[in-house]
Design a protein around this ligand. Structure first.
Ligand code: SAM
Length: 272
């Protein structure tokens, strides 16, 4: 019999599998390189990348000589990760898994990474419990999470403002970008960690124009793609214009292209 948790996981998988995220992931490679360094990944470490997508953080860890496993709820994303690893002559294990229910023994990994990944799992308490459980005592959990005031959060609010209300009222839940607040992370990890450091960093998203970046999202960012699909064409147009305006607010390019400054929180916690 299918449990409610399995039904929810299958819905999540179908949503993220609707489009290929990889063309967006390539904009964030530096985030993962910095994350692997902040997590102090050493050669020979056992590293897990949770909600790895096409493997940005997994590959960053593998480049440092770690023995890496990448997990994601979408099998096709992991196939891309495997191809990328092969192209660089790196070893990578992959396993399809829900971030809220990881198929590993307690304390398996020296380092657990997640870049813009675990933050999207619906049950934040359960997710943090799993990140902690599979990490060994003294090991590190390192995450890159979009902040509640950065451009990604602002885009989510623009989207929410044009969406029709859901037929059934959903139970109140902290949004994914809550993970981008140091205070919220401290509450989530609690006394299960001996230290937690949080650094606000800025990612740069480069595109030919703000409009081109919005088209990229519509084609390759599953939540945006699925949400825009249900809107009538005139609302889609308005949403695209509002989203482009949000990108322009953080655009530091003056040549008509886009170099959008996107704030995120880099969190490194040491498991007790
Ligand atoms: C924004 S992408 C980031 C991918 C990758 N970490 C990166 O840095 O490019 C979010 C990823 O989380 C995955 N995902 C979302 N919910 C998940 C869940 N509950 N369990 C595992 N993966 C999940 C999606 O399939 C997608 O690959």
């Amino acid at each position: 019999m299918t449990t409610p948790a399995q039904t929810m996981a299958e819905r999540t998988r179908q949503m993220w599998a609707a489009v290929d995220y990889h063309p967006i992931a390539v904009q964030d490679v530096l985030v993962s390189e910095l994350l692997a360094r902040a997590a102090d990944v050493h050669s020979g470490h056992r590293v897990l990348d949770v909600a790895a997508g096409s493997g940005n953080s997994a590959l960053a860890a593998a480049r440092r000589g770690a023995r890496v496993t990448a997990t994601d709820i979408v099998p096709a994303a992991l196939e891309t990760a495997v191809r990328r690893a092969a192209a660089e002559g790196l070893q990578l294990e992959v396993e399809v898994a829900d971030a809220q229910d990881l198929p590993f023994e307690d304390g398996t990994f020296d380092v657990v990474l997640s870049s813009f990944g675990a933050m999207y799992a619906p049950d934040q308490q359960r997710t943090v419990g799993e990140l902690l459980r599979v990490c060994r005592p003294g090991g590190r959990i390192a995450m890159a999470n979009w902040t509640p005031d950065g451009v990604v959060a602002r885009l989510q609010r623009v989207m929410a403002s044009v969406m029709p209300p859901p037929a059934q009222a959903a139970p109140p839940r902290k949004p994914p970008v809550a993970w981008g607040s140091e205070q919220h992370c401290r509450e989530l990890f609690g006394d299960r960690v001996t230290s937690l450091s949080a650094t606000v960093r800025v990612d740069e998203m480069c595109a030919p124009s703000a409009g081109a970046q919005v088209e990229l999202m519509a084609g390759h960012l599953a939540p945006w793609h699925m949400a825009t699909k249900v809107l009538p064409p005139e609302s889609q147009q308005k949403l695209a214009e509002a989203a482009a305006a949000e990108y322009e607010r953080v655009n530091r390019a003056t040549d008509g292209t886009l170099v959008a400054r996107a704030e995120y929180l880099e969190v490194v916690a040491v498991k007790a």
